[in-house]
Each structure stands twice: as structure tokens, then as C-alpha cells.
Design a protein. Structure first.
Length: 149
């Protein structure tokens, strides 16, 4: 009969198992090639600062619905789905500076200066590349609402 594991070893084994399970679910990545340094930097910033509310697969961002499950009613924190919504740089910069277009819950100046420029360039270049799909409720599963970026 093998010796029983000591408590610290059991804890370490458990943590390692949890880590491996978590990593197994992380198959998605930012889609912008590393060679496109500025656009990649914008995508990384978008992922860090905007992915809690906005869906945008190019930045590996799925809003407040990370399971990508179609929902009949979206959480109010879901911003526009940039997979299907196209935006120009100036509109993105306006939304960043002013907290969106509708004064909803997007924080103003979530990125500033050169970082805001990088995010705006990325959104302008990559947004709107996927056709909108719908489920039986007529929703694409992500908000494309009238809130700004």
C-alpha cells in the first residue's frame, strides 16, 4: 500500500490540478498577429480594460457573458458586440473619453493618451468583421444595443 500523502503535498497536488483544469479552458487567444505591434497592443489593452462588457473575438473578449451562451435578456453591463458592429476611430475615441454615447455605465477615460489611440485604431481595423447571427429569439446572444463603445 502506498504511503499516504502529507497535507502540504495534498494541497500542492490539488492546486496543480486546479491550475491545469483552468489552463485547459483557455484555448482562445487574441487574433491580431504579433507582427502588427500597434494593433496587437490595442487588442491587448481592449482585452484588459474592455472585455468585461464588450464582446470582440479579435481581442478574446466576451463581455459579461463569457460562456457565449445566447441569453434572452442581456446584463446591463453588456456593451456593443464589436464582432458585428463597425466603428470609426473618432467615434471610439469619443466614447472612450465620454463613457460611451448614451451616458450609460461605461466609465469615461477607461484608457487615455496613447493607449486610447491604440485601442481606437484596433477597434476601427477589426470591428464588424463577422456577420450577425441570431437565435430563435432574434438576439445574437450579445448586446448590440445603443450604448456606445
Amino acid at each position: 500500500m502506498p504511503p499516504l500523502l502529507t497535507r502540504p503535498l495534498r494541497i500542492a497536488t490539488g492546486l496543480a490540478t486546479v491550475s491545469l483544469i483552468a489552463l485547459a479552458g483557455c484555448g482562445s487567444e487574441i487574433e491580431v498577429p504579433k507582427e502588427e505591434k500597434d494593433l496587437r497592443a490595442g487588442a491587448e489593452l481592449f482585452n484588459e480594460r474592455c472585455s468585461g462588457c464588450h464582446s470582440f473575438e479579435a481581442a478574446n473578449s466576451f463581455g459579461s457573458n463569457p460562456d457565449k451562451t445566447p441569453l434572452k435578456y442581456q446584463e446591463r453591463t453588456n456593451g456593443p458586440n464589436f464582432n458585428v458592429r463597425k466603428e470609426d476611430k473618432q467615434s471610439v475615441l469619443y466614447a472612450i473619453r465620454n463613457g460611451g454615447f448614451s451616458g450609460a455605465i461605461m466609465p469615461a477615460n477607461i484608457v487615455v493618451g496613447d493607449d486610447a489611440e491604440l485601442v481606437a485604431d484596433f477597434v476601427e481595423e477589426y470591428a464588424g468583421r463577422k456577420p450577425e447571427s441570431t437565435d430563435e429569439s432574434g438576439s445574437d446572444g450579445f448586446s448590440t444595443g445603443n450604448q456606445g463603445p
